[in-house]
Design a protein around this ligand. Structure first.
Ligand SMILES: [Zn+2]
Length: 191
């Protein structure tokens, strides 16, 4: 019987969607790519389809993920970037050979050098992380306000005041907690 695996949390930004494959880092962490085939699934959903993945490639992917998380977190709080994380991101960026191609409909597609080359897919993710950490894109890195999450996310809201990495999960939970706290303080107002 095939075990159930946690769903992916997909956002609009490739690099932070990738770091969101591990959630609740400061609570009960949920690993969303616990096995190579789940990384294959995640890459397919994100336009980086590969046909195989070894456990060593999964390990490399997770190393890149945690390096992006560390560097993006430092950037969000305007701290110095951790040198080891920068090294991993740069190595992954340099290792892969992926080409951006244009479809007849005017959309960008990534073409990997070979369908077994997870490293190519990781290089696209690393380059995406570099562009947001370097401030090349319109938006601002921030940390999720949920104490058990604190994920680095890329805020592209007009006012740059987004508080949560994900409205449907962290945002909703905070709202519910606040509602409950209000109910306790003032039980009649909830009726
Ligand atoms: Zn969050």
């Amino acid at each position: 019987m095939r075990a159930e695996f946690p769903d992916f949390r997909l956002g609009n930004v490739l690099a932070t969607s990738f770091t969101a494959t591990l959630t609740e880092r400061h609570g009960n962490a949920v690993e969303r790519i616990p096995a190579p085939h789940r990384l294959i699934d995640w890459l397919a959903v994100n336009g980086l389809a590969v046909d195989s993945c070894t456990t060593a490639q999964l390990d490399l992917a997770r190393e890149l993920r945690e390096s992006i998380h560390a560097a993006a977190t430092a950037a969000a709080i305007q701290d110095a970037l951790p040198a080891s994380a920068v090294q991993v991101i740069n190595d992954c960026s340099a290792q892969g050979r992926a080409a951006a191609t244009l479809t007849p409909e005017g959309e960008r597609r990534w073409q990997l050098s070979s369908a077994s080359c997870v490293e190519d897919a990781l290089s696209v993710i690393a380059a995406d992380a570099i562009s947001i950490i370097a401030g090349e894109r319109d938006g601002k890195l921030a940390l999720c306000a949920s104490p058990t999450c604190q994920a680095a996310f890329f805020d592209t809201s007009q006012s740059r005041t987004r508080k949560w990495c994900d409205m449907n999960t962290c945002g909703n939970r905070q709202k519910k907690a606040r509602f409950k706290a209000n109910q306790r303080k003032n039980p009649r107002s909830a009726e």
